[in-house]
Design a protein around this ligand. Structure first.
Ligand code: AP5
Ligand code: MG
Length: 220
């Protein structure tokens, strides 16, 4: 069994957090905890949390800190202790960073790395607006950067149905980015002080970004 690592992938919308998390899940056997995915599942299920999340996500604003931590904690509890965690899209505010310390400590986990994906905002809008996923297995694609090998057919599961996120339009993306700059970027110094931050060039090709992250994490 490999070392148990718990890491944060930090970066603005479209930085490649989900893309890189998927690679780390394969290489390191870690578990991805994307708070965005968790909220989208709640929207799909039509729960009260989902109804609130739907409204907030469509605006590009952030879901309330305390409730987000409570939901995240429930998901953490479902993951075996010998699996490392990838926090994708969490924390996003200073209070969330503090809440995460508590969530980890009460589960005897430590934070090993904060990987910052450094990117160019304007290029991100293109990334996000062109993004789509397989409606069946969730495999990710892009109109320009990552098309299926056979047009219109998912590489992974063969489905011919794809979907786009309702918050992937330019206006909402700009709000999501403003939220990132105002509330998420300021948490970097918290982790810098602890010596946990490694910055990676998120504008490089997907494989190169993966290699850079793998070099930071070390042998699986
Ligand atoms: P969330 O789902 O987390 O969205 P996000 O942070 O806006 O980030 P994205 O998922 O859009 O981007 P990504 O970094 O995962 O990029 P990806 O790998 O897909 O959150 C959505 C909403 O939920 C928030 O706005 C908020 O309302 C709410 N929420 C979530 N978490 C919350 C929290 N903790 N607290 C409060 N509210 C919360 O890549 C994008 C595209 O680019 C893909 O098509 C990909 O193929 C392509 N790509 C990736 N890397 C590269 C590369 N190196 N080169 C070229 N193309 C690339
Ligand atoms: Mg994502």
């Amino acid at each position: 069994m490999g070392k148990v690592r718990n890491i944060i992938l930090l970066g603005p919308p479209g930085a490649g957090k989900g893309t890189q998390a998927a690679h780390l899940v394969e290489t390191y056997g870690m578990v991805q905890l994307s708070t965005g995915d968790i909220l989208r599942a709640a929207v799909k299920a039509g729960t009260d949390v989902g109804k609130l999340a739907d409204e907030i996500m469509k605006s590009g604003k952030l879901f309330p800190d305390e409730l987000m931590a409570e939901i995240l904690g429930e998901h953490m509890d479902a993951i075996p202790a010998d699996k490392g965690l990838i926090f994708d899209g969490y924390p996003r505010t200073a209070p969330q960073a503090e809440l995460l310390d508590g969530l980890l400590a009460s589960r005897n986990r430590t934070l090993d790395h904060v990987i910052e994906l450094v990117v160019d905002e304007d290029a991100l809008v293109e990334r996000i607006v062109g993004r789509y996923t397989c409606a069946k297995c969730g495999d990710g694609y892009h109109d320009t950067f990552k098309q299926p090998v056979k047009a219109g057919v998912c590489d992974k599961c063969g489905s011919t149905e794809f979907k786009r996120r309702p918050d992937d339009n330019e206006a909402t993306v700009r709000t999501r980015m403003a939220e990132y700059r105002a509330k998420t970027e300021p948490i970097l110094p918290i982790y810098n002080k602890r010596g946990l931050v490694s910055s990676v060039d998120g504008m490089a090709a997907i494989d190169e970004v993966t290699d850079a992250i793998t070099a930071i994490l070390g042998t699986p």
